[in-house]
Ligand binder design. Structure first.
Ligand SMILES: Nc1ncnc2c1ncn2[C@@H]1O[C@H](COP(=O)(O)OP(=O)(O)O)[C@@H](O)[C@H]1O
Ligand SMILES: [Mg+2]
Length: 249
């Protein structure tokens, strides 16, 4: 059984950054191999992990369809599985799979079902699975997974961000996804306010983690550097390592 964590939240809140830092902290603490899943069609988790995605699952689905007309003897499903396994990017202590967009005809529904099943099968080879999701809570639909061990929701420390976080449990229910624990992260905090602490008691999340704004993190992103090279004493990295990664089973 693998331990899975899905990172969700609005666009620009820091999902990809946090996902990459979790992968780095997992592998550095010997919890490997990790399967990193880029479930955001517009994301760049690959750059954050210092690798390059050549093929997304959405794209190889098209290849599999073409192949299947040439090889009517092989099942469509087998071809798709083969192609999907070819789209895995191998890193040092992790592999990355990018979902992309489901392309071409054939209906999203069939594709989504197959993707989800194949992802589930692939996941079984990894003790840890980290999923970077598309922006918007509603998008961590059952498209990608049905159940995760930890659902991590990232929000910003603005009035709006906090208002969203207050509704987090209701939103998590609406997402219709099962989770073992709910972790709320308030990211890019410039100044600690009492409101953040009182929020902790109010919203009934299993944990609330406060991450500071950090210029080193900003620079790493701006320069497209891999988060595997972030110094171990970086404040955001340390917090993620101690509060999110260490408690993982
Ligand atoms: N703790 C932080 N300190 C400083 N900048 C941050 C922090 N977290 C995220 N950022 C910046 O915020 C921007 C959005 O982050 P990103 O991880 O791409 O968000 P998302 O994946 O949710 O769209 C990036 O430019 C990144 O450098
Ligand atoms: Mg992102």
């Amino acid at each position: 059984m693998s331990y899975s964590i899905a990172i969700t939240g609005k666009g620009g809140t820091g999902k990809t950054t946090i996902a990459a830092l979790i992968v780095a902290a997992l592998t550095r603490s010997g919890r490997r191999p990790v399967l990193a899943v880029d479930a955001d069609p517009n994301a760049c988790l690959d750059a954050a992990l210092g690798v390059k995605v050549q093929n997304t699952v959405g794209r190889v689905r098209e290849d599999a369809r073409m192949l299947s007309s040439q090889h009517p003897d092989v099942s469509k499903r087998e071809l798709l599985e083969l192609k999907i396994s070819e789209s895995l990017v191998e890193g040092e202590d992790f592999d990355l799979i990018a979902m992309g967009r489901p392309e071409g005809p054939g209906g999203y529904c069939y594709a989504n079902n197959v993707l989800r099943e194949v992802l589930k099968e692939i996941s079984e080879n990894y003790p840890y699975v980290v999923i970077d999701n598309e922006a918007g809570l509603e998008n961590l639909s059952r498209r990608i997974v049905r159940r995760v061990d930890a659902l991590l929701v990232v929000g910003e420390p603005s009035r709006n961000g906090i208002a969203t976080l207050r509704r987090i449990q209701a939103l998590a229910e609406e997402m219709n996804i099962e989770y073992g624990k709910l972790i709320v992260v308030i990211n890019r905090i410039y100044e600690m306010k009492d409101a953040f602490y009182s929020l902790m008691k109010e919203i009934g999340a299993d944990e609330i983690i406060l991450l500071p704004h950090d210029d080193e993190i900003r620079i790493w992103n701006e320069e497209g550097r891999s988060f595997f090279s972030i110094p171990e004493n970086n404040a955001v990295y340390r917090k993620i390592h101690d509060a999110i990664v260490m408690p993982m089973a």
